[in-house]
Design a binder for this molecule. Structure first.
Ligand code: ATP
Ligand code: PYR
Ligand code: K
Ligand code: MG
Length: 476
């Protein structure tokens, strides 16, 4: 029997795992302090190191009796700087440099870029951005496989940082052969959640799903929204994706940066209405990569993303290569806790979600989810307990961002892991028995040390194809 306390924050925390957080020690601390999803960025590191991280997390989940999802981030066609000799390279305004497609180690004014079509594509544009757009160069001319550039905005450049050519058709398929090789490796390691970078259309998501299906596997796919063209196809993408990520790092270079806050709000609201879990990512507590305290703007950014309705907030370099990975998670959790408490007491933003849901066309499960929300508002309900096969019903209830935990009982590991992305949902693995749902609810809560006899709970039940029953009972 485990007596793990329910977390005191309902916003889900995604941590990117890298050299600063790969050890069993740090991973354990991250889990104990509130990490719900471990993101592994396959743009960096080796299969060997990633495999080791995956196995360590799986082991810790067993040991600590918790659900943590592992999300493999597929690189997609991201163009990157190659290896640099002396790094970081200090680029200053007015410096003349050459970008080359030769696979050399960069030094002096010669910078390798891992994109063969660069001279062809760059001819169509004039500005090249590096490192999430912090460094900017202007192309003055192209000569065979080199582009001559002048630094417009300087900064420190390290190996393998991203390169963006906003507005250019890069003639690259969003899901590359390399991505599919990574999918094969990750599936063999027993992980089935992926975030898919630089997608443009729903068919890009479908390509990954079809590839996994050929191996007899079903997958949970998070569509990363980080290109301007992608925003035109958002409904088509939402029809086929399981989750969404507002990937602000690349998005903020690919679209004018002043549009990012509004796009974030619109994407989150749209995803909320459809019950698609949404992650807000990049630069959330960026300065904590180096410092033990965040800036005021960063603390406010985390709080505002939560108030926009995000299900999850993500840490990148802060936990992958930062000096204070565990402190950063603690800080994020504290901000989430405070923000959620305030939202509960004021109802801030929740009417917008409720109104939006009321205006959508509803099926039976949607109507039941609305009734669960009514029950929570009007009765002293302590927990919402949902037996689930696919996770659809807990996700529908999660849209209302209730103050009461949604305990999702599933006998499928995969469903439990996929619910690690949804706000306020606590997945509990149960055995597939023949007891009544009342018995099952009582047993699973008791086994987790949740609740007391006499606590009022709301319980739903469904038959194949959806939820059609709501019960209000007291725990025995
Ligand atoms: N597994 C890893 N090994 C080494 N460094 C890593 C690893 N994962 C992340 N990093 C470092 O942390 C930084 C921030 O991580 P992040 O996941 O945001 O990657 P990114 O390269 O900036 O872009 P993107 O997320 O768009 O792929 C990276 O630029 C890289 O320097
Ligand atoms: C996470 C990511 O890929 C981005 O913000 O660009
Ligand atoms: K990536
Ligand atoms: Mg990106």
């Amino acid at each position: 029997m485990s007596f793990l306390k329910l977390p005191d924050h309902k916003t889900k925390i995604v941590c990117t795992i890298g050299p600063a957080s790969s050890s069993e020690e740090v991973l354990r601390e991250l889990i104990l302090n509130g990490m719900n999803v471990a993101r592994i960025n396959f743009s960096h590191g080796s299969f060997e190191s990633h495999g080791k991280v995956i196995r360590t997390i799986k082991k810790l989940c067993k040991e600590l009796d918790v659900v943590v999802s592992i999300m493999a981030d597929l690189p997609g066609p991201k163009i990157r700087v190659g290896q640099l000799q002396d790094e970081p390279l200090n680029l200053q305004k007015g410096d003349k440099v050459k970008l080359t497609t030769d696979k050399i180690v960069g030094s002096g004014d010669l910078i390798p870029v891992d994109f063969d079509k660069l001279p062809y594509c760059i001819a169509k544009t004039s500005d090249v951005y590096f490192n999430d757009g912090f460094i900017q160069m202007r192309c003055n001319g192209v000569c065979s496989n080199e582009a001559e550039c002048e630094v417009v905005v300087g900064g420190l450049l390290s190996s393998h940082k991203g390169v963006n050519l906003p507005g250019t058709d890069l003639l690259l398929d969003p899901v590359t052969e390399r991505d599919l090789e990574i999918v094969d490796f990750v599936l063999d390691e027993g992980v089935n959640c992926f975030s898919v970078s630089f997608i443009v259309r729903g068919t890009d998501i479908q390509k990954v799903r079809d590839h996994a299906a050929k191996k007899g596997r079903s997958v949970f796919l998070v569509a990363k929204i980080e290109r301007s063209q992608t925003l035109n196809n958002i409904d088509d993408i939402m029809d086929v994706t399981d989750g969404l990520m507002v990937a602000r790092g690349d998005l903020g270079v690919e679209i004018p940066i002043e549009e990012v806050p509004i796009v974030q709000k619109e994407l989150i609201h749209k995803a909320n209405l459809r019950g698609i879990p949404v992650i807000t990512a990049t630069h959330m507590l960026e300065s904590m990569t180096e410092n033990i305290r965040p800036t005021r703007a960063e603390a406010t950014d985390v709080a505002n993303a939560i108030l926009d309705g995000t299900d999850a907030v993500m840490l990148s370099g802060e936990t992958a290569v930062g000096k204070y990975p565990v402190e950063t998670v603690k800080t994020m959790v504290n901000i989430a806790k405070k923000t959620e408490m305030w939202r509960t007491s004021t109802g801030f933003g929740l009417d917008l979600i409720r109104k939006g849901i009321d205006e959508t066309t509803m099926n039976i499960s949607d109507v039941v989810s609305v009734q669960v929300h009514e029950a929570i508002k009007r009765l002293p309900i302590k927990y919402v307990v949902i037996p689930t096969y696919s996770g659809g019903t807990p996700r529908r209830i999660s849209r209302f961002k209730p103050d009461e935990w949604i305990i999702a009982m599933s006998h499928l590991d995969m469903t439990c892991e996929q619910l690690a992305y949804s706000y306020g949902v606590y997945p509990v693995k149960v055995t597939d028995g023949s007891e009544s749902i009342e018995q099952k609810a009582n047993e699973s809560l008791r086994s987790k040390g949740i609740g007391d006899p006499g606590d009022m709970i709301v319980l739903t039940q469904g038959h194949t194809g959806g939820t059609n029953l709501l019960k209000i009972i007291e725990l025995t």
